[in-house]
Design a protein around this ligand. Structure first.
Ligand code: GLY
Length: 406
């Protein structure tokens, strides 16, 4: 072990306070280039398994791999298939890491399968995940003007789900009756990024106001006094009053669903980036601190912080990936001990995720194992899931850039 890579944590006292007083173990910083090279190997293995040339159906997007399976189970890119933008996003990130034009061509083809989403009415809030992870990254890397048009149209479409009465986006139009009102879910925070981007890139300036209103109302109504989050808030359709707070994918209405809190951490960090309003930075830190305090020793959460059967409950590596990526950004907005605390936590998460406990390596073609999609529905428990891979490679690229800046 190289001494310079052993991280006890500068500002150890601060981090220890933030981890509920748990004793911190020393760990080895990851070699980011090595882990990005690993991702590239897995991407090539996945592409080989999907077929090459004319035999590939680019409308089928990788979604999950269950224990014992070796290749991606794919789903048709439809408006209902919320994960369909992550595989194109993984390919764009791999292209960013390698500069390999053959990967860019694959990214372009899988991305093109999602264009129809900009030409139809919004089905739900996931339009942001679908279009911004695919076309958003594609535009960032290529400046292709057609991509910009797709994103702008999708942002306008997402904005049609905004209710001025509730002040938030209706996340699931199909569930209004089931929940008894206008519903907003924590995951929706991520999809504000596309609205902010559109407002800055020639779209309607109103998109910025919609995103800010959504972030404010969610802050007001979807957190407990200890800054843990509710998955779902329900608003009276006529008055806009918040009438119910509950869970959909968590263990119970009163518990902290790991990925829900991860979306909150990522979401408020991003809203601070877009607005530079310090109230969002303060809030991002509060929702992060409660998550860090309650993490298990390996920094990868159980799928819900009150999951039955802990310590044998399934983990959710995807939540750890989302948070690791967010904390690298958050650290960049902080100074001194706080900055060190957040980057140290992100380093620990990525060290764990990059170990043989979480990396799939020869077992399947994904980057990672041990994510949990929807435990209450008994769906995708302890599986490889495409959005874990997306946020893992994003976090690796962010860490590389962060280290280069130091
Ligand atoms: N956005 C759906 C999920 O996090 O499972």
């Amino acid at each position: 072990m190289k001494a310079k890579n052993v991280l006890w944590g500068i500002g150890l006292a601060a981090l220890s306070a933030c981890t509920g007083g748990k004793t911190l173990q020393p760990f080895e910083r990851i070699d980011v280039d090595k882990e990005l090279a690993y991702c590239d190997v897995q991407v090539h293995r996945a592409l080989d398994s999907l077929g090459r040339g004319d035999s590939v159906d680019y409308t089928m997007e990788p979604r999950n791999i269950y224990a014992g399976e070796t290749v991606w189970n794919c789903r048709k890119a439809t408006k209902e298939e919320w994960i369909a933008g992550f595989w194109p996003g993984v390919l764009w990130y791999d292209y960013e890491a390698t500069g390999n034009d053959s990967i860019r061509k694959e990214a372009e083809k899988f991305t093109a399968s999602l264009k129809f989403l900009s030409e139809i009415p919004a089905y739900d809030h996931d339009l942001g995940f679908l279009v911004f992870c695919s076309y958003g990254n594609g535009y960032r890397l290529t400046q292709n003007p057609e991509y910009r048009q797709v994103i702008l149209a999708a942002a306008d479409s997402l904005a049609t789900l905004f209710s001025p009465v509730a002040g938030t986006i209706l996340s699931w139009p199909r569930n209004v009756e089931m929940y008894g009102g206008h519903n907003t879910i924590m995951d929706n925070m991520l999809n504000l990024e596309m609205l902010f981007w559109a407002a800055r890139n020639g779209g309607d300036k109103r998109l910025y106001d919609i995103a800010v209103s959504h972030a404010d109302k969610t802050m007001q109504n979807q957190f407990r006094p200890d800054y843990t989050s509710y998955h779902v808030a329900v608003y009276d359709t006529l008055t806009g009053e918040c009438i119910k707070r509950c869970t959909h994918q968590g263990y119970a209405d009163s518990t902290m669903w790991a990925r829900g809190q991860a979306w909150a951490i990522y979401g408020y960090t991003m809203v601070y980036r877009e607005t530079k309003d310090s109230k969002y930075l303060d809030f991002a830190r509060k929702v992060t601190d409660v998550y860090l305090e309650r993490l298990p020793e390996d920094y990868v959460p159980y799928w819900d912080f009150s999951a039955p059967g802990i310590p044998d409950a399934p983990k959710d590596a995807s939540a750890a990936c989302v948070v690791a990526s967010a904390l690298i950004e958050l650290a960049g907005y902080c100074e001194g001990e706080s900055q060190q605390k957040y980057i140290d936590a992100a380093e620990r998460m990525l060290a764990s995720l990059s170990s043989d406990r979480y990396q799939s390596r020869g077992q399947n073609v994904a980057f990672l194992m041990h994510s949990t999609g929807h435990w209450p529905a008994k769906s995708e428990i302890d599986a490889s899931i495409i959005y874990a891979d997306y946020y893992y490679i994003e976090a690796l690229l962010r860490l590389k850039a962060y280290r280069d800046r130091q």
